[in-house]
Design a protein around this ligand. Structure first.
Ligand code: GLN
Length: 232
């Protein structure tokens, strides 16, 4: 194999953080979800082979990409300026806000940010949800000791169900998914207007092919079919 890429130039090795249903999660040991299907369809449509998926910590995705361990990030990752300094993103494929999850039917039912005063809040490390919780800490709404950071969002929501934290901030579609399957509900939404993109190395010229493929998948209805399959 020439060079030091993770595969040959005709294979794209994808990586994700499989605790973010319905975008990516594990079912019977297999990584499944909307991002998985969309990334595989785009890689295939662009004329490349799909390599084996790596399931990594969210915070390890960008270093692993730049280390050539993976070639593409599909992890509900928001296109953010500080990330764009490190990697390139495809054209946006999803829009999201952040939702505040609390225990269903509990005493704590905040209706806005000021109601979060003094509460214990959780988010996944290195995410835009964590950025929102950090902002609330900077604004003096919550204390540093009451901010809990988790390795993934499943652990955060389990801690919420157990009562070890009062609220969890997570991307809106994922919050809705947790609310449908667990003893938690959405109390309100923080409008962040985020856009998700897939990540690739800044020197990887295959990005243009993936963008063309994503556009084709939208035009031919594949994208809409996947939305129906995973979100409706
Ligand atoms: N969209 C959020 C971010 O990029 C969360 C992604 C995730 O937890 N998989 O930070």
């Amino acid at each position: 194999i020439a060079g030091c890429s993770s595969g040959s130039d005709d294979t794209i090795v994808p990586g994700t953080n499989a605790a973010f249903a319905p975008f990516e999660y594990k079912e019977d040991g297999e990584i499944v979800g909307f991002d998985i299907d969309l990334a595989e369809a785009a890689i295939d449509r662009a004329g490349y082979e799909v390599g084996d998926w790596s399931d990594l910590k969210f915070g390890s995705l960008i270093p692993s990409l730049n280390n050539n361990d993976i070639d593409l990030i599909a992890a509900g990752m928001t296109i953010e300026p500080d990330r764009q300094e490190q990697i390139d993103f495809t054209d946006p494929y999803w829009e999201s806000n952040q939702s505040v999850l609390v225990q269903s039917g509990g005493d704590f039912q905040p209706e806005g940010e000021s109601d979060l005063e003094g509460s214990r809040m959780g988010a996944q490390k290195g995410t835009t949800g964590e950025s929102e919780v950090e902002r609330l800490r900077e604004e003096g709404v919550i204390a540093e000791d009451d901010l809990k950071r988790y390795n993934n969002y499943v652990l955060a929501v389990e801690d919420l169900e157990a009562g070890n934290v009062d609220a969890v901030v997570v991307d809106q579609p994922v919050a809705n998914n947790f609310a449908a399957g667990r003893d938690v509900s959405v109390s309100f939404v923080i409008e962040t207007g985020e856009q998700f993109g897939m990540g690739m190395r800044q020197d990887d010229d295959r990005l243009a092919d993936i963008n063309d493929a994503l556009a084709e998948l939208r035009e031919d209805g594949t994208y809409d079919d996947l939305v129906t399959e995973w979100f409706e």
